[in-house]
Write a protein that binds this ligand. Sequence first.
Ligand code: HEC
Length: 477
Amino acid sequence: MKLVSLTFVLSGLMLGGIANAQSEIQTKAEAAIVKSCGSCHDQSMTPSFVDDSGAIISANVVANAAKISARVQSTTRPMPPKSAPAFMQLTATEKTDLLAYTASLLVTTPTEPTTPTTEIVPLSKLTIEPGFKIEVFGKVTGARSLAVHSSGIVFVGTGGFSDVDPQGRVSAIVPTTTGNKTVVIAKGLSNPNGVALNGTDLYVAESTRVVVYKNAVATAKSLAAGSVVTAKATVVKSSIRDQSNHHWKYIAIGPDGKLYIPIGADCNVCVEDEGASIYRMNLDGSDWELVAKGVRNTVGLTFHPVTGQLWFTDNGRDSLGDTLPGDELNILTTEGANFGFPSCFASNVVDPTFGKNYTCNESTWTKPIRDLAPHVAALGLTHYTGSTFPAKYTNATFIAEHGSWNSSKKVGYRLMIVEEATSTSGVKSYGYRPFVSGFATTTTNWGRPVDVKNYIDGSLLLSDDASGLVYKISPTK
Ligand code: HEC
């Protein structure tokens, strides 16, 4: 985390010029260190906090502030060690002083503002499937993609360095005994839209790289408990193509243990080479390989709970009027399949320029399983795998529609459900209808759904980057 360490260095450098209260706390803390740590942490040991004359080495204390804070508070490996003589142990006051001082040296991770930037229109304005209710689960400015951990902690990506969250934050909503608490895991990232968990490790996709926060679950818990900890990012994949269009990345880890990641088309419509494709790689960034092409811009990937196949949304091109073309719901059945971009959109819309010599029926192209409405910006999707919804919803596909910009009337701005039906002759069809709507009128909107995920209690979570909210949808009884 570049920004944080820079700020850290600066706060270290500024030590000389800070106010008296601060130097007073520094004096007390340093005295405690000389008394309780100095006998062991002298010049013979790294880190050394006292020199040969027994005087404090302030710079080493500053440099080790995070470690000192952690080890003084640790219950399993406390400092001083339990075995150290009684006179070396910290008194309660010394401990408080020492922790206050180390905390002042660290960048305190800010908690989210409790009031979203946009006014919340009452949830009663929403229309929801009969038998269901929608509530606020958590508040995260610019909430985009969601990743749910089995502990109930929900990680939330944002579209940082843009209007939705200029701070480039990744947050976590942590359930606590006093309610759900939002903490900031990282900030200063470049459009950290994509989030995915592998065990307790959090993978984050920025525009041109993927980073991992090892044991982000523990970090989230510590932050929610009030500790000062900073999550450390390790880059697993860098130098992903830099582009100005469609660079917000959605990620998902497949049943094969690989991380799937798209590179969107760097245009409205154009012939692409690297872009308009979905790739996958090992979790350490190795074995980068193409799995699908002809995909204009997907911002929603998921794996079917039964078949394990990759399902994804794709956003159709702009500027063909309000009614063309539909967005797409696709299934990847053959690795390396071509989904038709830039020649073909939805099932049957031939591009006026790039599709001239084609129909949409080329044998080497894969059609969507379902055309969605035009310009709705279908983003995150998930299959319902919980057990609290009535049985007919099991494995149904839920799709968050962010809503239009390239349409004269606002369309989308809702959560859709796609239900599979099989005819007597064995042909599958996919019904498509609203599940939650009312985030917009035809002229104005207050909410923009982004991602939908199963929650551990059998409910569904839905993010909204305009309202800065994550909602919870569950049956009324
Ligand atoms: C009786 C000797 C002793 C005393 C007293 C002691 N330490 Fe330590 N400390 C150690 C030893 C040995 C290690 C290395 C083994 C370990 O990590 O537990 C260590 C490790 C550490 C580390 C981890 C260093 C790293 O790079 O991971 C920190 C931080 C630390 N001590 C801080 C303190 C502070 C602060 C105090 C006083 C409040 C203190 N220690 C008092 C012996 C001591």
